[in-house]
Ligand binder design. Structure first.
Ligand code: NAP
Length: 256
C-alpha cells in the first residue's frame, strides 16, 4: 500500500484502534501525529514508534473541545509540513437506554463522535486540499449501520457520523479529497473491556467477552490491527477511487 511519506493525523491514537492505526501507518513509512487526551499512553505509542526509527509525534488534546482543534491542526501541519490524511477515530461511549441516558451523556457522546469529526475535518481541510490526494477516514461502528439497543446516544452518534461521511464525500468529490468510514464490529480494545467490566464481578470479564464474541458470526472478537489495515488501505494511493464508502470490518455481523 502506498502511504510512505504521507503526513497522517490520528485522533484517539493512544489506545486500541487508533494506536494500531498509528503503528501501521508508521510501519508503512508515513509521518504520524497522534492526538489523544491521554498523554502518558500517547507518548508511549509515539516513543515506541520513534524508537523503531519512525516519524511520530504526540499532541495532547480533548478532540471534543472546539477551542483547541484549530491550534492542534495548525501545529501538526507546521511540524509535518502539511497533512495528507486525517484518521478521525477517537470515540466516546455510553451504555444506556432511552430512559437512562441523560442530557450530559447525550451531548458528550455526540460532541466526540459527530461534532469532532466534522470540526477536525474542517480544520484539516485546507491542508488536505493542498495535498492533492487528501483522505479522511472515520472510525464509525456497525452500531451506526443497524439498530442496537442499550447504547442509544452512541448508536445515534455513529449513525450521524456515517451520513456525515457520505455528505462530505460528495462535497469533496471533485476536489481530490476522499472521505470514507470503517465500521468495526466487536473489537478487543480497552474500550470494549471497559464496557464489559463490572465492579461486582471483575473475575467474570473474560466470560462476558467470550459471550460477546459468540454473537459474532466468526465467533471471535476482531483485533485492532485488522481495523487499522483497512484504514491504511483507504488512506493509501491504492484507494483513490473509493469515496463515500461505509465499510464494515465485523466478522460478518452486518451480513446477518
Ligand atoms: P480505546 O481503546 O478506548 O481508544 C480510544 C482512545 O481515544 C483512548 O486513548 C481514549 O482516551 C481516546 N479518546 C476518547 N475520547 C477522547 C477525546 N474526547 N479526546 C481525545 N482522546 C479521546 O477505544 P477503541 O475501541 O480503540 O475505539 C476507537 C474508535 O473505534 C471509537 O470511535 C469507537 O467508537 C470505535 N469502535 C470501537 C469498537 C470496539 O469494539 N472497540 C467497535 C466499533 C467502533 P481515554 O482512554 O482517556 O478515553
Amino acid at each position: 500500500m502506498r502511504v510512505a511519506g504521507k503526513r497522517v493525523l490520528v485522533t484517539g491514537g493512544a489506545s486500541g484502534i487508533g494506536a494500531a492505526s498509528a503503528r501501521r501507518f508508521a510501519a508503512e513509512g508515513a509521518h504520524v501525529a497522534v492526538v489523544d487526551r491521554d498523554a502518558e499512553r500517547g507518548r508511549a505509542v509515539t516513543d515506541e514508534l520513534a524508537g523503531r526509527g519512525a516519524s511520530a509525534r504526540f499532541y495532547r488534546a480533548d478532540v471534543g473541545d472546539p477551542g483547541v482543534v484549530g491550534d492542534v491542526v495548525t501545529q501538526v501541519a507546521a511540524d509535518l509540513g502539511g497533512i495528507d490524511v486525517l484518521h478521525s477515530n477517537a470515540g466516546a461511549v455510553a451504555g444506556s437506554t432511552v430512559e437512562d441516558t441523560d442530557l450530559a451523556d447525550w451531548d458528550r457522546v455526540h460532541a466526540v463522535n459527530v461534532r469532532a469529526p466534522w470540526l477536525w475535518t474542517k480544520a484539516a481541510l485546507p491542508y488536505l486540499l493542498r495535498s492533492g490526494a487528501g483522505a479522511v477516514v472515520f472510525t464509525g461502528s456497525t452500531s451506526g449501520m443497524v439498530g442496537f439497543p442499550g447504547a442509544i446516544a452512541y448508536t445515534s452518534s455513529k449513525g450521524g457520523l456515517l451520513n456525515l461521511t457520505r455528505s462530505l464525500a460528495l462535497e469533496l468529490a471533485e476536489r481530490n479529497v476522499t472521505v470514507n468510514a470503517v465500521c468495526p464490529g466487536h473489537i478487543d480494545t480497552p474500550m470494549t473491556r471497559g464496557f464489559f467490566e463490572s465492579p461486582d464481578d471483575p473475575g467474570g470479564l473474560e466470560g462476558r467477552l467470550a459471550a460477546h464474541a459468540a454473537t459474532v458470526p466468526m465467533k471471535r472478537l476482531g483485533r485492532p490491527e485488522e481495523v487499522a489495515a483497512f484504514v491504511v488501505f483507504l488512506a493509501s494511493d491504492d484507494a483513490r477511487f473509493c469515496t463515500g464508502g461505509i465499510y464494515p470490518c465485523d466478522g460478518g455481523m452486518t451480513a446477518a
